[in-house]
Structure formats: structure tokens, C-alpha cells
Design a protein around this ligand. Sequence first.
Ligand code: ZN
Length: 396
Amino acid sequence: MGKLTFLKGATLITGTGKAPIENGGLLIDGKTIKKIGRTEEIQINEDIKVVDVSGKTIMPGMINCHVHIIMEPVGNPFDLLIKESHTKTAMRGAANLKKHLKSGVTYFRDMGGYQFIDIELKKCLAEGLIEGPDFLVSGKVLTMTGGHGYPMGRECDGVDEVRKAAREQLKAGADVIKIMATGGVMTPGVEPGSPQLTREEIQVAVEEAHKAGKKTATHAQGTTGIKNAVLAGIDSVEHGIFLDDEVIEMMVERGVYLVPTLVAPYFIIKHGVDGGIPEYAVEKSKRVMESHLESFRKAYRAGVKIAMGTDAGTPFNYHDKSAHELKLMVEAGMTPMDAILSTTKVAAELLGIHDNYGTLEEGKVADFLVLKENPLNNIETLLDVEAVYKNGKLVE
Ligand SMILES: [Zn+2]
């Protein structure tokens, strides 16, 4: 005995969407949730370690569906990445992992690494060499020659080459294939709205991923590129800046997720050229911000599944500020409960990890947060979490 812990007296938000449990109790056995319910309903004996969290709120750890763990959120992260040594990039990634974990992110999905350092970090975590959230990796992003993200990605053109590029990522250990269907704000000379990889090219990448039992995600900002990706069978649309009614309907019908990353342009505009961000990126972000918010609202109202992701690692988009995205989503009209679901249950479903993660239920992994306030009343409490438990253990 001695390995059981009982947290009692908290308001419990389970992440299932059900009403919170008042005066809730959570019994942890090793890394697993053994019992959850009202404090008085759970029987304990004196060998169990009791932690009184009366007045606090407990919810599942946040899941961030869009991170670049090896990127530093400086004014021009690409520039830094291609100039520094791989050793330094790897060390940076390890440091960033801790930032995510301490800020309450217990699981994330990396959406574009560099030279497979993301995959090596995952191996290090599995061996216990470093500490951090669990995560899925995408390896190198698949982009057309000169396309969005090309300094860090795998440039590929034509169906045969895209197929090969997808297979290369899977061979290297990617859990998800990331595709660039349109331009973006951070690559010079690339229009955010313009389509890039074609529908046929995206389709073969999706086919290879799905054959291997893996999912796909696309960076997609412009409407035509988003449609190309959705028709090609993509599992999630990242950013989704220019969504029209037709593509929203297609996404609802096909169950395609939207990961809005509202904070990415928000921080670029906030810090601007004075923060060392290239002028082209600031200018492009200003042009897209309004459409971005409008697309988010329309998709939300129409019932598109929305999962939380921040694009952490892009300019001033810090690895310890994921909750800022939830704040922006609530400000844009999402209910606090739906915002919480977007970073718990819905995010876990998108990542395909919902059997073990995303909600506080008996038998699932004990990844959870202790919060000073109830985030349903004040979402900003997630910006300053009181305690993080990963695999049933308090993160020190
Ligand atoms: Zn990204």
C-alpha cells in the first residue's frame, strides 16, 4: 500500500461535458484513476494518502493539439532554427516540454518538427531521460517546393513524391502526417490564402497515413486549400482562417476537426515589428485576424468539432501559455464548458487517445489539474494552475 492518493473536497470537472461534481473526490492508484465521485461516497482506509483540496477545482490536464516543441517563440523562429546547432535545438525542445507540463498541458500533438528532433525527444521521454507531457509527433511537414514551412519541412511535388515523403515520415516514427494545403503568414512571399499542395497530392498522403492507422492534419488558411484537404480526407484543419458555409458544412458532415489557433496571429499582431517579427508576417496577420475570428464563430455555431491548439513556438506564442487560446475562444463566444471540452474530451478524440486520456473517469490515466478557481466562472484561472498531476504524480 501507500501508493494510493485521495484528493477530496474539490469541484470536479470531469471533461465529459456533464455538470461538475461538487465536493468531489478522486482516488488515484499509481497512474490510474481508481474511483471518482462525491467525497463521502468513496471509501478509504488509513494507508491512503489524503490531500485536502477543498474550495479548489479539478479538471483533466489540458491537451494542446498544435505545438512546435523545438521552436523558440522569438520574432523569427525559422531563422533561429536553421542557424543554431541541432544539439541546441534538442535541448530547447526538452526545456519547452517542461514548460508545457508545468503550465498544465499533460498531452500535446507536435505539428511540425525539424530534422526529426521531435521524434528523438519522444524517444528520450519514453526512456525517462527527460520529463514532460506525452505527445504525438509529425516529423517533417509535407510542403510543395518553396511552400509554407519549407525551411523545416520536406519539400515534395507530384503524387509519387508526396506519397514517398509521407512514407518517410511514417518510417521515421511519425504518429500523424502534417500537410501544407495553403500558404501561411510566417514564410516570406507566400500568400496565406493561396492553395499549395493539390487535392491529389494531399489524397495520397492521407491514404498512406490511414493505411498505417495514423491521422492527418493540414495547415490550411485559404478556402480553396481547405476544401482540397477536406475532400482529400484530412482529419483536422489547422487555423481555418477563411471558412465559407460550404466548407463548414463539409467539415460537419465528414467529422473533420478544426484547430483554430487563434493566439498565433493574435501574438504576432500584439508584438509586431517592434518585437522583431518580420514585417510581412505582421502585415499578413493583420489582414487575416478578422476573418479568422469570424470563421471560428461560424464553425462553432454550425457544430464543427473544435479542438484546442495554440501553434506554440510561433512568434511570442509561449510554451507555457496554452490557456490563452481558451481565453480567446471564450471571448469569441464559445461557452467556458465547450472551451474546456475542446482541450479535454474533444482533443483526446482528435488525437485518438480517448481510451486513456481526456476525461476523468475510472480506469483512465490520472492526468489532471488543481485550480484555484472554477474555470467555468473564470477561464483565466487556467493561466495560473495551482498543481499539475501527470500519471498520478504531482509535478514538482
Ligand atoms: Zn503550426
